[in-house]
Write a protein that binds this ligand. Structure first.
Ligand code: BEZ
Length: 253
């Protein structure tokens, strides 16, 4: 998994689109009163709270202690735990596991799917959205090209963006019968106008600029913007070429 120093305040203030889009995924989850639901990769807990409003009993887990701290402060009535998706165990099983914009952070997908399956009761559902094959390909291409040209640095992105053909068999192997899976483009407007790409990279590029001197970093950023501007800057806003994989699967009885 890429190491990333999560900044909960920056995440909430400048990347609200992550959980705003996640609300669409909630309509696929259809949480009901009395159900038990696990929110895997809950971040600062906004969607966990939305699930709890249905009357379901929800537990939010996230690998970032900073995010969990913020979630606990924001929603003290909800249970949140620091846990690693590759290796977690809870004392009971759930009616549903929900996950929005988290699973692409973890290259080791198999242990994650194994633990999701183990967390579900027979017949329980897994409803998730993650970056799919081709996600942010132009953004990453520009980052890689600019780093190479300006700083002589090669970058191997650390994300997991599976295709339908790759992800479905993995779910089936671990006893999750896929009911629907769809890969779709969702160009996403970034916040903060002209600064959008820089703020996105500050939040999401895992330490790429850590060892690069500030004056070189500035030239890399300017080159990224130059490469992307013709296609991805419109009406004062930057757009990221997001492509999502949405899945609904059921644990075999
Ligand atoms: C995404 O949500 O698609 C994403 C987030 C951070 C880095 C790359 C992709």
């Amino acid at each position: 998994m890429p190491t990333i120093d999560w900044n909960p305040a920056l995440y909430d203030q400048k990347h609200a689109f992550v959980f705003q889009y996640g609300k669409g995924l909630l309509s696929l989850l259809e949480p009901r009163a009395g159900e038990t639901i696990l929110d895997l990769g809950c971040g600062t807990g906004h969607l966990t709270k939305a699930i709890a409003e249905s009357g379901a009993r929800v537990v939010g887990i996230d690998s970032s202690a900073e995010m969990i701290e913020q979630a606990r402060q924001g929603y003290p009535g909800i249970e949140f735990q620091v846990a690693d998706a590759r290796n977690f165990s809870l004392p009971y099983t759930f009616d549903a596991v929900f996950s929005n914009a988290t699973l692409h952070w973890i290259k080791e997908a198999e242990p994650v799917v194994e633990h999701i399956s183990a967390a579900l009761r027979p017949g329980g559902r897994f409803v998730a959205e993650l970056g799919g094959k081709g996600n942010v390909a132009n953004l990453m291409g520009a980052l890689q090209q600019a780093l190479q040209e300006v700083a002589g640095v090669s970058l191997e992105p650390g994300w997991y963006f599976p295709s339908i053909g790759e992800y479905t068999p993995l779910l089936e192997k671990h006893g999750l019968a896929v009911q629907s899976v769809v890969l779709f483009d969702r160009p996403t407007q970034l916040e903060e106008g002209e600064k959008g790409i820089r703020i996105w990279l500050q939040m999401f590029s895992p330490g790429v600029f850590r060892d690069i001197p500030p004056n070189v970093k500035e030239r890399v950023l300017a080159r990224i913007e130059e490469l992307l501007r013709p296609q991805f800057f419109r009406d004062g806003h930057w757009f990221a070429d997001y492509r999502r994989l949405r899945v609904v699967a059921y644990k075999e009885q």
